[in-house]
Design a protein. Structure first.
Ligand SMILES: Nc1nc2c(ncn2[C@@H]2O[C@H](COP(=O)(O)OP(=O)(O)OP(=O)(O)O)[C@@H](O)[C@H]2O)c(=O)[nH]1
Ligand SMILES: [Zn+2]
Length: 315
């Protein structure tokens, strides 16, 4: 079969065998893969192409608006999670990210620091900067505002960007828009934090379905959803991954975990043992820093919890 001249495009949505692609000039096509591509990553993924990928397409002659994907460009980075198809298989969630945004809440529901830290570790492992967006500020009372102030201080001192919003009131959202401008951002968050509400604010005309938290447990509800990329009005794109709450700590051996706790960096070289895991070893500079109040205790507890959750022989 003959194809017309090849063009570059980006994957906006993947629904299994069909991909929605968009060219630089804004033309949208439904495309499918042709042949098997040689992959430069040393991972076994269940999906060869992911949202955010840059691809080469050729339009199908005689077909209306369909194309074939003939090549995929090397990825700048990508985030994977364990595939539901098997423990040792990986699913590429999104590729070519400039940053990731995690929508969190101090209340209704409260995002646990463990959840935040797992996300940060994963992002650090893939060299993706993170913006923490604390939403629902309108329901925070003094106690929650104190908690937010503490988290803001902790995470900003590590180098993360922290924003406070009330998406449903469109408050703080200008700052979010500014941070997203011109970039490819993966947006994530626990169910009920207001992620869809926020996306609807920054992508006008989208109107993603939002759920009311009250009367809905969130547990056991499984809708088949697909990652999707949206254009932002001032340039840049936003990748939503509905249904993907957590990426999991994949591909990080226990011994390397502390490298992704960026606030631990000044201390890990000071431990008595150079293979210190910062748990029960004597002369551990990390634990000394926690005791001296120089490292956040909750961050350290997240480290310990994540360390234990990684299988011993994961590498
Ligand atoms: N008080 C308050 N409620 C909000 C805010 N933003 C969103 N909500 C409400 O929180 C609930 C959940 O919002 P969604 O946008 O559906 O949350 P989500 O994070 O997308 O949740 P999933 O759809 O499960 O992924 C809805 O009832 C929203 O109206 C906010 O800033 N303040
Ligand atoms: Zn140590």
């Amino acid at each position: 079969m003959a194809y017309l001249c090849p063009v570059q495009a980006r994957i906006y949505k993947s629904t299994g065998s069909w991909y929605t692609v968009k060219t630089a000039t804004g033309d949208v096509f439904q495309a499918r893969m042709k042949g098997i591509f040689k992959k430069d990553e040393d991972i076994t993924s269940t999906n060869p192409i992911a949202v955010g990928d840059e691809v080469t397409i050729s339009l199908e002659e005689g077909e209306q608006g369909t194309a074939v994907i003939t090549d995929i460009a090397a990825r700048k980075n990508y985030i994977v999670r364990s595939s539901p198809q098997g423990k040792h298989k990986k699913h590429i969630v999104a590729a070519n990210l400039d940053q990731a945004a995690l929508v969190c809440t101090v209340k209704e529901p409260r995002t646990s620091q463990g959840f935040i830290d797992r996300f940060l570790v994963t992002a650090a492992a893939y060299h993706v900067p993170v913006i923490l967006i604390f939403n629902k500020k309108d329901v925070y009372k003094a106690k929650e505002m104190d908690k937010f102030a503490h988290w803001k201080a902790v995470y900003e001192s590590i180098g993360y960007t922290v924003v406070l919003t009330a998406a449903s009131l469109d408050e703080g959202t200008d700052e979010v828009r500014e941070l997203l401008k011109g970039k490819t951002t993966l947006i994530s968050g626990h169910s009920g934090v207001g992620k869809s509400t926020l996306i609807n604010r920054v992508v006008p005309g989208l109107e993603l379905r939002t759920k009311n938290v009250s009367g809905w447990s969130g547990k056991g509800l499984h809708t088949t959803t697909f990652a999707e990329m949206f254009d932002l009005p001032d340039g840049g794109t936003l990748i939503d991954t509905p249904g993907v709450r957590e990426f999991g700590i994949v591909d990080i051996p226990r011994a390397e975990l502390s490298h992704y706790f960026l606030d631990m960096q000044p201390y890990i070289t000071e431990c008595q043992f150079n293979n210190c895991q910062h748990l029960d070893e004597p002369g551990c500079a990390v634990k000394e820093a926690v005791e001296a109040g120089n490292l956040d205790m909750e961050r350290y507890l997240s480290y310990v919890a994540i360390w234990h959750s990684i299988e011993e022989n994961s590498y």
